[in-house]
Design a binder for this molecule. Structure first.
Ligand code: UDP
Length: 234
């Protein structure tokens, strides 16, 4: 196996599947099966899930809601997604723990780094909900930060695109995909992979990022087996 401990970042938007809002149960099932496949092989799995399928802080001001309030609403949205993933993973026989950046005792544990590491060592899938618990951050930044804190080998950023392209492949037919990029190349060319905070955290702490298509069944397994897939930024 190429990695022992991974941090998987799933976007909230991807959870919508073909819907315009909310959670697509078929997508959840696929993710759970893919995660189980690598978990059964002894890979330690930590997950950060976004909330864009339900609410994003940037939407708030448009509807007359305070931005900070909106960010907290976004963080709560990630907890809803995290609970859905937790339940689906458990249905597939995995032991899980949901750890939250905002205290919510009835549904999850607070995030405590040493406890998170212990859960991973015991083979529990750890899901980090509520982002880092502070407004003006994203779940990409959460993924980078938690990856560093639990000493994950890599951040696997699951998207609906299969890597980083020279231009938006959904708009430009001449766009070509990169197999590898360095952190410096990404900064120089201004490729949009994650927000700057998230990206800088990985860069400064030498945590590689792989952007890959999570919606294609089996891709996660291929990645952890060392197969070249998506775009590696290191
Ligand atoms: N958010 C936040 N702090 C965090 C993580 C998330 O304020 O540490 C809020 C922010 O408003 C964000 C929303 O939660 O827009 C949902 O997360 P994100 O947009 O990262 O989800 P994704 O794009 O991955 O679905």
């Amino acid at each position: 196996m190429a990695y022992k401990r991974i941090l998987l970042k799933l976007s909230g938007e991807a959870l919508m599947g073909e819907q315009n809002y909310g959670i697509d149960s078929a997508r959840l099932e696929q993710y759970a099966k893919d995660i189980k496949q690598i978990h059964d092989q002894g890979i330690e799995v930590a997950i950060v899930i976004g909330g864009g399928n339900i609410y994003r802080g940037v939407q708030a001001e448009k509807s007359g809601i305070d931005r900070v309030q909106g960010d907290y609403m976004g963080m709560l949205a990630t907890v809803i997604n995290a609970m859905a993933i937790q339940s689906t993973l458990e249905k597939h026989g995995m032991y899980t723990r949901l750890m939250s950046g905002i205290k919510m005792e009835a549904v999850c544990e607070p995030f405590i780094r040493r406890r998170a590491v212990r859960h991973l060592e015991k083979g529990r899938v750890v899901i980090f909900g509520a982002g880092i618990g502070n407004p003006y951050f994203t779940t990409d930044s959460t993924a980078s930060l938690r990856a560093i804190e639990v000493e994950a080998d890599v951040v696997l950023k699951g998207t609906r695109v299969d890597g980083v392209y020279t231009a938006d492949p959904e708009k430009d037919p001449n766009a070509t995909k990169f197999d590898n990029l360095t952190f410096d190349e990404v900064i120089k060319q201004g490729y949009n992979i994650m927000d700057m905070t998230a990206f800088t955290l990985c860069h400064e702490n030498n945590v590689p990022i792989i952007v890959f298509d999570m919606n294609k069944k089996g891709n996660l397994q291929k990645l952890v087996s060392g197969e070249k897939l998506g775009t590696l930024i290191s």
